[in-house]
Design a protein around this ligand. Structure first.
Ligand SMILES: [Mg+2]
Length: 378
């Protein structure tokens, strides 16, 4: 398929499996390894990489990695060449429209758009950060701390991350693990630590009075306390607690972001490009939030260096006024598949090379690959 700038020969789906440096527990489960899907777009001019953030199980959202691979092979990749009556996409900016007839599957769509965008930008010699509108070359790095077996273990973990220089701490919470861990972290490390919590939908509006007990701890925000579809519940909760409400799982598009903002369901948005269907939609949500005075920050989905590079580029946009979960590679992986991202004075450098600015290291990639599949594009 020939686009304006690219002749796409085909797309490789590549499954990899990476062990995590330590188990990562949230309110919906514990992960010990990352089984994920990478896409490589092969064109006459350049290669492009995409990372699908879907997890092995449909617990964070309805998407899961086997389903992503299936919808890509059967529906999304064929839709690229079928676009415009068989003429195919003319550019990466057409990918969203080409895939729109397929409902949902935003993580799979985001990965495909990312790979085409990377190839196109590499061919043009333009970095993704500049293309998106980045205004800084380094972004502050926050860390997400999973639910621990005990408060002393939590304090050890948080202390270690603060020693590494992380600019902000996020604690995963759930009923039974919320007020006390927050109090313990505040008492040990003081009021100056930038601190926030993430419930991953574990509460209901009936917990409003309990969640108000977090008010005295001066948290930056509470992330997604209620179910993803309970936007009105978040609006009501936001009136009952002082901690600012941030939405993650509920925001799947610029349209849902606009509704949530209008309803008063959030004063802050966690933008995850995979969750919203891609980096271009992520930028639209950024622009919308800026126009409404709503702060945004970039979330994380245990990305490898591929997704991490793109997230760092996005987090460099001007509306990203809170530190994101763009942490160093070593937070999750002893060996990343790219040159590792490292923490420098609490910050991560935004890649400057064309496209994502990083590529997988072939020897490491081969070691962690569990399957590959080539899908030619006519
Ligand atoms: Mg979250």
């Amino acid at each position: 398929m020939t686009t304006q700038g690219l002749t796409i020969r085909g797309i490789e789906l590549r499954r990899i499996r990476l062990p995590l440096v330590s188990p990562f527990r949230t309110s919906f489960g514990t992960q010990v390894e990352r089984d994920l899907l990478l896409l490589r777009v092969e064109t006459d001019e350049a290669e492009g990489w995409g990372e699908c953030v879907a997890a092995e199980d449909p617990l964070y959202s309805s998407e899961y990695v086997d389903a992503s691979a299936d919808v890509l092979r059967r529906f999304l990749i064929p839709a690229l060449s079928a676009h415009r009556g068989g003429a195919g996409i003319a550019s990466a900016v057409d990918v969203g429209q080409a895939l729109a007839p397929v409902k949902g599957h935003r993580m799979a769509k985001a990965a495909l758009e990312m790979a085409v965008l990377d190839a196109e930008l590499r061919a043009l010699g333009r970095p993704l950060s500049r293309e998106l509108g980045a205004v800084v070359d380094r972004v502050p790095s926050g860390v997400s701390v999973g639910i621990q077996d005990s408060v002393p273990q939590l304090l050890d973990a948080v202390g270690g991350y603060l020693d590494e220089g992380y600019a902000r701490i996020k604690l995963k919470i759930e009923p039974g693990w919320d007020v006390e861990p927050v109090r313990a972290v505040r008492e040990r490390f003081g009021d100056d630590v930038l601190l926030q919590v993430d419930a991953n939908t574990a509460y209901t509006l009936r917990d409003a009075r309990h969640l108000a007990r977090l008010d005295p701890f001066d948290l930056l925000l509470i992330e997604q306390p209620l179910e993803e579809e309970d936007v009105l519940g978040h609006a009501e909760l936001a009136r009952r607690i002082r901690t600012p409400v941030c939405l993650d799982e509920s925001i799947v598009s610029a349209q849902t972001a606009a509704a949530a903002i209008t309803l008063g369901a959030c004063s802050i948005i966690n933008i995850k490009p995979g969750r919203v269907g891609g980096y271009l939609e992520a930028r639209r949500i950024h622009d919308l939030a800026v126009a409404h005075g709503v702060a945004v920050w970039c979330g994380g989905m245990l990305e490898t260096g591929i997704g991490r590079a793109a997230n760092a580029a996005l987090a460099a946009l001007p509306g990203f006024t809170l530190p994101g979960d763009v942490s160093a590679s070593g937070r999750f992986y002893a060996t990343d598949i790219t040159e590792p991202f490292v923490l420098d004075d609490g910050q991560i450098a935004v890649p400057t090379g064309p496209g994502l600015g990083v590529t997988p290291l072939p020897a490491i990639l081969d070691e962690v690959t569990t399957a590959t599949e080539w899908i030619p594009l006519g």
